[in-house]
Design a protein around this ligand. Structure first.
Ligand SMILES: *Cc1c(COP(=O)(O)O)cnc(C)c1O
Length: 368
């Protein structure tokens, strides 16, 4: 059986270190917002090349609190893509704003920045580029638009820890950025966790008080806030895993290079495109094929798990029908939803396992 994702292999390899992290916190006398959170905030923000990190409960909260820190409000419009995880859009709605979609590029699956101009209105306040599957959006182009139109940029980096664009780490391009450390992500916790990173001191300070009831001093709220804390145990484990993030990303890149080499001339498969100037961190390895559903079933029959990220673009989901979009509005996203397939890729997956996946795919295309 080859799983799509599995944390146990990595856990078994690093068990003593991870248990050590837990033990240090448990015996420290402080469980919430203590020195481990502070250390991880410092280390992770500096890894991203920015000055502030604010640990929060999840990637969704990191997005939501970033929008709140930017003063995004009901009536404002926020531009993003329909080809993303639901939380990108859920966070925009939680802030009360209206998500406005633009389509993605055919090759990279990423925000088509050339479509933004047409989506701008007088109410556009913010753009949320999603560095999907571990690959950065064209940030030069976005930066230009943001500057000339005075629009804020919030990077959704949930899938892209360690990815870069022109040698610069994601999370350092926008006004502010949101990371998720949900267990499956490139830097995964053993539970929920997220972080806001920014070089703008004002936004960092604002996000810091918003995550804790709007308080700067105990028992006194400066403004209406929330409870979105990162706990010490997760921070301690994440700080440990951060030390190995470069290695973890290079392992993913090795697997991706293997899949690409072995699959690029098999059947009608299109292997993932890496855009110019990108260092792709390969959160997911996503192929395209017109035989997607049959291939997926065939692989399942051989005990190889795959996933479809994502089977339905958000503008076509019942939960977001109130936005008023229709089938046909974002043709690239809609086509991709029917053709993409994510192959097994997790920390510690072996080249033998990847070879089994490749051989099964080859044999499928021989048989059809
Ligand atoms: C996972 C994810 C999120 C949300 O992160 P959580 O920690 O699960 O709340 C947001 N955006 C994208 C693109 C994601 O993949």
């Amino acid at each position: 059986m080859i799983k799509f994702w599995d944390y146990l292999r990595e856990y078994n390899q690093q068990r003593d270190d991870i248990i050590g992290c837990v033990e240090r916190v448990f015996s420290s006398g402080r469980l919430i917002l203590g020195s481990h959170v502070e250390a991880f905030e410092r280390n992770f923000s500096s890894f991203c090349g920015v000055s502030c990190g604010v640990g929060v409960n999840s990637g969704t909260d990191a997005l939501f609190l970033s929008l709140r820190a930017l003063d995004i409000e009901p009536g404002d419009e926020v531009i993003t893509v329909p080809n993303t995880a639901v939380p990108t859009v859920a966070a925009i709605r939680a802030a009360g704003a209206r998500p406005v979609f633009v389509d993605v590029e055919d090759g990279t699956f990423l925000m088509d920045v050339s479509a933004i101009e047409a989506a701008l209105t007088g109410k556009t306040r913010c753009i949320v580029p999603v560095h999907l599957f571990g690959q950065a959006v064209d940030m030069d182009c976005l930066g230009e638009i943001a500057k000339t139109k005075n629009i804020r940029i919030l990077e959704d980096c949930a899938q892209a820890a360690g990815a870069s664009y022109k040698g610069q780490k994601v999370g350092s391009f926008g006004d502010v950025a949101a990371f998720s450390f949900y267990p499956t992500k490139i830097l995964g916790a053993f539970g929920d966790a997220g972080m806001i990173v920014t070089d703008r001191r004002d936004l960092g300070d604002r996000a810091r008080r918003l995550r804790f009831y709007g308080m700067e001093h105990e028992y006194y709220s400066e403004e209406e806030g929330y409870n979105s804390r990162l706990d010490e145990v997760q921070a301690s484990i994440l700080d440990h895993k951060l030390g190995r993030l470069g290695f973890a990303v290079s392992q993913r890149q090795t697997v991706a290079a293997f899949y690409t080499r072995e699959l690029s001339s098999v059947g009608d498969i299109v292997t993932p495109a890496v855009g110019r100037d990108r260092d792709h961190a390969f959160y997911a390895y996503t192929i395209r094929t017109g035989y997607r559903d049959r291939l997926r079933e065939y692989l399942a029959g051989r005990e190889i798990e795959t996933r479809i990220n994502y089977p339905v673009p958000i503008h076509l989901m019942r939960g977001y029908s109130f936005l008023g979009y229709r089938c046909g509005d974002f043709p690239v996203s809609e086509r991709l939803a029917g053709e993409i397939l994510c192959l097994p890729l997790f920390p510690g997956i072996t080249i033998e396992e990847c070879t089994t996946v490749v051989e099964a795919i080859r044999s499928f295309f021989r048989d059809i």
